[in-house]
Design a binder for this molecule. Sequence first.
Ligand SMILES: [Zn+2]
Length: 85
Amino acid sequence: MSQPGRYEPNEYHRGCPICGLWDGRYDIGRGEWTYCVEHRLKWCEGAGRAHFVEGDEEKRAAYERLCERYGVDTFQDADDPFREE
Ligand SMILES: [Zn+2]
């Protein structure tokens, strides 16, 4: 049962470890990230197939909009074994 505007996991994107859904994705740093706004978590997916290019202004701008809107830069990495619950 998904909430409106949120995504079910699929073959490319896992869901949030807490609620099982995800809100969006972006490319930055070591690859492609998916995130959950409600639980302030992000997780890296498919670093090996990421198309991120350092200096890609469009992706950089998209990422900065997400930082402003949701603060994704402060989300915790869901795969970090030391993250705080
Ligand atoms: Zn969640």
